[in-house]
Design a protein around this ligand. Structure first.
Ligand code: NAP
Length: 238
């Protein structure tokens, strides 16, 4: 396989799907690992540059088996994640454990499995969230994404002598099946609170991921790039 391989978890939907398309256009052969297969009709334009593996990031053996198809993996992008709106008092320990298992340990497992296959110059991109800086009614999600940022920084330090860069992209509110699962009135309200009154397009997030996954992007590691139209800047201006 002449093209370098990029392995994308959660690549069957939303931000992950847009990332797969973008990385295939950027010259990678893209391995998709998602608990679902890619919906038929999607990725038709790059089908010759994409391989799909059904694998759950909670299942280390399944992730390892998917990676075993590739002697070398140049880039790993950890997009797989879940979201659950729930008031603090209503979050059960089971809810919290599941959130961490997918959103945080899912990243940890994929990175541990990829390392033996990732040469110097490799790139790891995690997907955290603007929510890592705070949010109401999803504290377990906020905690999981703050954890992803901490893990990203720790891995960047530990892998820097191997010249493997590790960075995170923190999207703001983005138009994907995850957010479209919200009741329509809540989606509208959330959208109206974004700069410009619109959700991000998944391609906007994929562009930032592709920049950090590119071998030409050197000397950036341990960073979190907020892609949210500037909402995380806060401030008192209108
Ligand atoms: P999405 O459309 O639901 O896509 C996520 C994909 O990951 C889905 O195919 C999902 O499958 C899959 N997945 C979930 N759990 C998995 C597991 N255990 N193993 C393997 N695959 C799994 O969501 P998205 O909006 O594109 O979100 C992608 C990432 O961006 C997530 O980490 C999310 O937290 C983050 N993010 C999203 C937003 C936003 O506004 N959309 C904002 C900030 C951060 P199912 O459909 O079966 O769950």
């Amino acid at each position: 396989m002449a093209r370098p391989v990029a392995f994308v978890t959660g690549g069957a939907s939303g931000i992950g799907l847009a990332t797969v398309e973008r990385l295939a256009d950027d010259g990678f052969h893209v391995a998709v690992a998602d608990r679902n297969s890619v919906p038929s009709g999607e990725l038709a334009s790059c089908a010759d540059r994409v391989s799909v593996h059904v694998a759950d990031v909670r299942d280390r053996a399944a992730i390892a088996a998917a990676m075993a198809a590739y002697p070398e993996i140049a880039a790993l992008v950890c997009v797989a994640g879940i979201y659950q709106p729930r008031r603090f008092e209503e979050i059960s320990e089971g809810d919290f454990e599941l959130m961490l298992d997918v959103n945080l340990l899912g990243v940890f497992r994929a990175v541990q499995e990829v390392l033996p296959r990732m040469p110097a110059g490799g790139r790891i991109v995690t997907v955290s969230s603007r929510a890592a800086i705070g949010g109401t009614n999803f504290a377990h999600y906020v905690a999981s994404k703050a954890g992803v940022i901490g893990l990203t920084r720790a891995m960047a330090m530990e892998f820097r002598d191997r010249r493997i860069a590790v960075n995170s992209v923190a999207p703001g509110f983005t138009d994907t099946p995850m957010t479209r699962a919200m009741p329509a009135d809540q989606y509208k309200i959330a959208q109206s609170l974004e700069p410009g009154g619109a959700a991000a397009d998944p391609a906007d997030i994929a562009g930032a991921i592709a920049f950090l996954a590119n071998p030409a992007t050197k000397f950036i590691t341990g960073q979190t790039l907020f892609v949210d139209g500037g909402k995380s800047l806060g401030g008192l201006g209108v």
